[in-house]
Design a protein around this ligand. Sequence first.
Ligand SMILES: Cc1cc2nc3c(=O)[nH]c(=O)nc-3n(C[C@H](O)[C@H](O)[C@H](O)COP(=O)(O)O)c2cc1C
Length: 331
Amino acid sequence: MTKDNPSIFTKADTFSVAPMIDVTNRTFRRFARLMSKRAMLYTEMIAAQALTHGKEYLIDHDAENENPCTLQLGGSDPKVLAKACKIGEKFGYSAINLNAGCPSDKVQSGSFGAILMKTPEVISDCLKAMQDAVSIPVTVKTRIGVDDLDSFEYTRKIVDAVYSTGSRHIILHARKAWLNGLSPKENRTVPPLDYDRVYALYEYFPDLSITINGGILTIEDCLEQLKKVQGVMLGRAIMDNPYLLALVDSRIYGENTPILTKDEVFFKVVEFAKDFVAQGNRIHYLGNHVINLFNGEKGARRFRNYLSCHMHELGANESVLVKAYEMMKEA
Ligand SMILES: Cc1cc2nc3c(=O)[nH]c(=O)nc-3n(C[C@H](O)[C@H](O)[C@H](O)COP(=O)(O)O)c2cc1C
């Protein structure tokens, strides 16, 4: 850890939206910002090597309107990761995160993601190189174990690999990963959650801030978790019910801002959609995220069905959103 890169927890990290491939892309982030100015957003995981091989466009970013936002990198070569960090810093991201928990085959064949948990010293080497390369915080997102390496002692070893670099913030998905036999999807449900293991790490690392992840569904769940750890990270709950984000600034960050209703959020989205389409974007990129906005409401299925049938049509624009909304209200 260098002096000017403390890799500490910031207030923004209190509530994060988890990195999710094919979900937390730029369009999602712009949609999310219509509801929460404060939540920490993450990018999808980006392979460090892709960045260092000229694919910088993958991390295009509007810092002023999207931050706080953490760029998540996948990789296991300290030099490549360090270079990728410099590129991420140049693009204005708030922080950089190393993925040491993703169990997909593609990621394993590149020897990064969850497999890094088997070699904690590689996590340390990568993290040190990344911290030395930039002056923004660099964190690690990992799980509590991998395959048969899932005792408390082993989790402590993984966390120590991060702690020993001087980093004082870690993101822990509170379940282990099985590298053989389970799909990435099954790896998000089959290994049981063990929140107690995460809480127990405090005994050993009292000055480490922990963001807990896995199975957190509601704002009430978040508030309960925040009595025990510093940060919460939600993935699928936001994907399935993005409206949760509208509650975050006031309920989690204590901001004195009115909570928008779903209808109010929707009309902000329609305004945004006009510009989005005028800038040459296809409406379904936005529709993919908006489709779950009304989940749980009467007529939500009609809203989803109308959008999924019509948003891909050539020339579709914001009126497809409005029509879907009208169909829902008629239900
Ligand atoms: C569609 C999808 C894509 C994901 N992509 C990533 C990723 O790129 N990087 C990562 O670290 N985790 C990824 N994850 C895992 C989530 O970040 C998170 O750790 C996991 O879903 C557990 O949190 P949850 O129970 O709140 O969903 C992904 C999860 C989903 C559902």
